[in-house]
Design a protein around this ligand. Structure first.
Ligand code: ATP
Ligand code: MG
Length: 274
C-alpha cells in the first residue's frame, strides 16, 4: 500500500527508515482530497510528475519547496483551474469533474486566497464579501450582508466594512479576501502564498486569522514561505521539488528531523535553523 494513502502517517517511510507511530489529524475520517499520481505538463515541460497525496478533514497541510517546484500548479489542479494530463484528484471520493457546470459547483466548495487579493476595487469591503453569496448562491441581500458583517468581524475588520480596497492596508485587504472566500461556505480553503505581497508588519495579522481558522477545524492547504507558521500551525508538511514530493510528514519531522538531505538544504537556504 502506498504510504501516502495510508491513514497512518509514517515519518521516515519515504526513505525506508523505521516508521514511528504517528496518527495524522483526521485519520479516522474519509479524506477530503486525494491526489492519485497527478501529472501536469505544459508542452514538453513536466510541472507535476506523479503526485500522490491526501488531505484529511480538519487538517492544515502546508506545501513548501523551491520556486517552480509545482506548488501553485497543484493548487490550480485542485480547484480544476487546470486539466490534468494524468492521474486523478478526488474530492470526497468523487473525481473532479471536467464539465464546466459541474466544475463551477466544485469550485464553490473550495475557497481560494491568492497572493494578490483580487478584491473588486469599486466595492466596499462589505460588498466584496456579500457579493458571491448574492450572485452565485442566490442569497437574499439582507442575509448576505448580515453574514458578511459577521465574517468581517471574524477577521477583525468590523470597523472597516464601508472602506474600499484602496483605503485598506494590504493585510486588511487580504483579510477581506479571506472573509470573501469564507462567505461561500467552503469545505476546503486553498491559500497560495497569502502573505508574500504584504508589508512585514501586516503579515502577522493575516497569519493569525489563518491560525484561528485552523483551530476552528477548517481543512486548509497553504502554500507558504512562512516556515514558522508551517512549523506551528501545519499538521502535515509536504516538500516539493521538480514537480514531485521530495518528503512529507508532520512538522516535527520536516523541520527538526528531515529524512531527506535536500529538505534540510532547502530549509537552510531559507535561513531556517529551527
Ligand atoms: N501556464 C504555464 N505554461 C508553462 N509553464 C508553466 C505554466 N504554469 C506554470 N508553469 C511552470 O511550471 C512550473 C511550476 O510552476 P508553479 O507556479 O507551480 O511553481 P511554484 O512551486 O508555485 O513556484 P513559486 O514558489 O515561484 O510560486 C514552473 O517551472 C513554471 O514555469
Ligand atoms: Mg507559486
Amino acid at each position: 500500500m502506498n504510504a501516502t494513502l495510508s491513514p497512518i502517517g509514517a515519518p521516515g517511510a519515504a526513505t525506508g527508515a523505521a516508521p514511528t507511530a504517528f496518527i495524522r489529524k483526521g485519520a479516522g475520517d474519509k479524506p477530503v482530497l486525494v491526489y492519485e499520481n497527478v501529472r501536469k505538463t505544459y508542452g514538453d515541460f513536466v510541472a507535476l510528475n506523479g503526485v500522490s497525496l491526501q488531505v484529511n478533514k480538519g487538517e492544515v497541510m502546508c506545501l513548501i519547496g523551491p520556486s517552480g517546484s509545482g506548488k501553485s500548479t497543484l493548487l490550480r489542479c485542485t480547484n480544476a483551474l487546470e486539466t490534468l494530463n494524468g492521474g486523478q484528484v478526488y474530492l470526497d471520493g468523487v473525481p473532479l469533474p471536467t464539465r464546466e457546470s459541474e466544475v463551477r459547483r466544485v469550485r464553490q466548495r473550495m475557497g481560494m486566497v491568492f497572493q494578490s487579493f483580487e478584491l473588486f476595487p469599486h466595492k466596499s469591503a462589505l460588498d466584496n464579501v456579500a457579493m458571491g453569496p448574492i450572485t452565485v448562491l442566490g442569497m437574499k441581500e439582507d442575509e448576505a450582508r448580515t453574514r458578511a458583517r459577521a465574517l468581517l468581524d471574524k477577521v477583525g475588520l468590523s470597523s472597516k466594512a464601508d472602506n474600499f480596497p484602496a483605503n485598506l492596508s494590504g493585510g486588511q485587504q487580504q483579510r477581506v479576501a479571506i472573509a470573501r472566500a469564507l462567505a461561500m461556505g467552503p469545505d476546503v480553503m486553498l491559500f497560495d502564498e497569502p502573505t508574500s505581497a504584504l508589508d512585514p508588519e501586516t503579515v502577522g495579522e493575516v497569519l493569525n486569522v489563518m491560525k484561528k481558522l485552523a483551530q476552528e477545524g477548517m481543512t486548509m492547504i497553504v502554500v507558504t514561505h512562512e516556515m514558522s507558521f508551517a512549523r506551528r500551525v501545519a499538521n502535515w508538511v509536504v516538500v516539493f521539488e521538480n514537480g514531485a514530493i521530495m518528503e512529507e510528514g508532520p512538522p516535527e519531522q520536516i523541520f527538526d528531523h528531515p529524512t531527506v538531505a535536500r529538505t534540510r538544504d532547502f530549509l537552510s537556504h531559507l535561513g531556517w535553523d529551527g
